[in-house]
Design a binder for this molecule. Structure first.
Ligand code: GLU
Length: 488
């Protein structure tokens, strides 16, 4: 396929955190650009001054960087079409509006908000669709209109939508889409505040930034004919369009914080690794042949096919995300995991920062032992807790179950003495000691292993007991067993 170099953009409005649906759209743009050796642009659509915040701009950029969506042109790094924030591009929209006014495809509208409300009310009362076509202003003498503008009369600039015909386009994901022009009102291009509407700014920027493919959320599908009308009136070449469906929760409602997590930051806070979220979202509804697999971003890009993306809403599957997350946790080296774990452990009061620092090699070994068992990084403090601190709190019911048996009560003191006397505290030595005693008493080793696990970890399940005990340490293990003996 030879054509102009692919140029795509992700164009968030900075009005909140980066939603999973948004980041999936951004990701599809990124994958498409990388697949075709194209350019991925970040454009901040901040013309809604009331809802846009600087904090949200920073948050969006942080979330994109965290998940690994690097942009080739955009805020902070600039590019040939800078600036990449719409509030810094107002002159461009004003001059495009002047061109449309001059060519007669746009007009000044002086209707007051009250008049517009009255128009809509009347249309509703008469059972007509409230499609505003400019009343007396649509065909007003341009000289007269200009005179009123110069007098300072409040006005908007509206597009003169053709009243006949259809505006159609071929959506790469959904196929042919068409709208009767008669259903499209004369929409506003420039608000009375002198700032552009979303549709106008997006179309002007997509043309100026030479966007070849507009890949965005399907909540914008009804905006597309308006943007096409603007492009045509300005003499632009049309980009291709692809509308990506929403991400829904299991109840088929738009995914929101109610479902547990909905923004990139929510997932980060809940122990999801960026690589895992990237991998999961890239597969979600993307129509790859195998959809439960682990791929690097480069592999995902190589295999990505925009036309394969499903036109149906994607349903978020937390279990699948967690399974992928567990794989990425396992792929981290124990050293990396220890670096990740240390601040969490001191923050949660599991261990003191000083102790952790002095004893990093032990934490590395603990992580090597436990990494298979983690679904989220936030599981770490809970999983690692019993490797630190002194005596444990035991669940009373379980305590009685574990230590109630005659055999255990009789032999735990002897086991304690033998462990205490071990010349070296290694998994092998501990194992030999435990199995030796069980054999002498002609009992299966499990009759000692289960209570010993409970005594030293406070749990009924753990990684291999002997290695676990070695890593918990001799002093700590003996302290805990002695504590149990005292309570029997
Ligand atoms: N600013 C729009 C949004 O955040 C972008 C729509 C588009 O990509 O054209 O929904």
């Amino acid at each position: 396929m030879e054509g102009p170099r692919v140029r795509v953009r992700y164009a968030p409005s900075p009005t909140g955190r980066l939603h999973v649906g948004g980041v999936r759209t951004a990701l599809f743009n990124w994958l498409f650009a990388r697949k075709h050796g194209g350019v991925f642009i970040l454009r901040i659509e901040d013309t809604d001054l009331e809802r846009s915040t600087e904090e949200s701009v920073e948050q969006l950029k942080r979330s994109m960087r965290w998940i690994g969506l690097d942009w080739d042109e955009g805020p902070d790094i600039g590019g040939p079409h800078a600036p990449y924030r719409q509030t810094e591009r107002l002159e461009l929209y004003r001059s495009a509006a002047r061109r449309l006014l001059e060519s007669g495809t746009a007009y000044y509208d002086f209707a007051t908000p009250e008049e517009l409300t009255e128009f809509r009310r009347r249309a509703r009362a008469e059972g007509r669709p409230p499609i505003y076509t400019g009343g007396p202003y649509r065909d007003m003498d341009p000289e007269e209109a200009l005179r009123r503008v110069r007098m300072g009369e409040p006005h908007t600039v509206r597009f003169k939508t053709p009243r006949e015909g259809r505006t159609v386009f071929e959506d790469i994901i959904r196929g042919p889409v068409g709208f009767d022009n008669a259903t499209i009102e004369d929409f506003v291009l420039m608000k009375s505040t002198g700032t552009p509407t979303y549709n106008f700014a997006a179309a002007v920027d997509d043309a100026e930034m030479e966007i070849t493919h507009v890949i965005r959320g399907d909540d914008h599908i009804s905006n597309t004919p308006r943007q096409i009308l603007i492009h045509r009136a300005l003499g632009h070449e049309l980009p291709a369009f692809a509308h990506v469906p929403q991400v829904l929760g299991p109840d088929r409602k738009k995914l929101s914080k109610r479902h547990g997590a909905a923004s990139v930051e929510d997932f980060a806070e809940q122990g999801i690794l960026p690589e895992a979220l990237f991998n999961y979202l890239a597969l979600l509804g993307a129509g790859y042949a195998a959809d439960e697999e682990i791929f690097t971003p480069e592999e995902l890009a190589r295999r990505f096919r925009l036309e394969k993306v499903s036109g149906n809403p994607a349903v978020f599957d937390e279990q699948k995300l967690l399974a992928i997350n567990a794989v990425y946790i396992r792929r981290k080296s124990p050293e990396e995991l220890a670096m990740l774990a240390a601040p969490m452990l001191s923050e949660r009061g599991v261990a003191e920062a000083g102790e952790l620092e002095r004893d990093m090699p032990r934490l590395v070994r603990i992580m090597a032992l436990l990494r298979e068992r983690l679904q989220r990084t936030t599981d770490i403090p809970e999983a690692v807790g019993y490797f630190y601190g002194g005596k444990l709190d035991y669940d009373q019911e379980q305590f009685e179950k574990q230590f109630g048996k005659e055999f255990v009560r009789e032999n735990l003191p002897e086991l304690y003495e033998r462990l205490k006397a071990l010349p070296e505290w290694t998994a092998d030595a501990i194992e030999e000691c435990v199995r030796g005693l069980a054999a002498e008493k002609e009992k299966g080793a499990r009759h000692l292993i289960h209570p010993l696990r409970f005594a030293t970890t406070g749990r009924t399940v753990s990684a291999g007991l002997f290695e676990t005990m070695e890593l918990i340490g001799r002093e700590r293990c003996l302290l805990r067993i002695a504590d149990v003996l005292e309570r029997l």
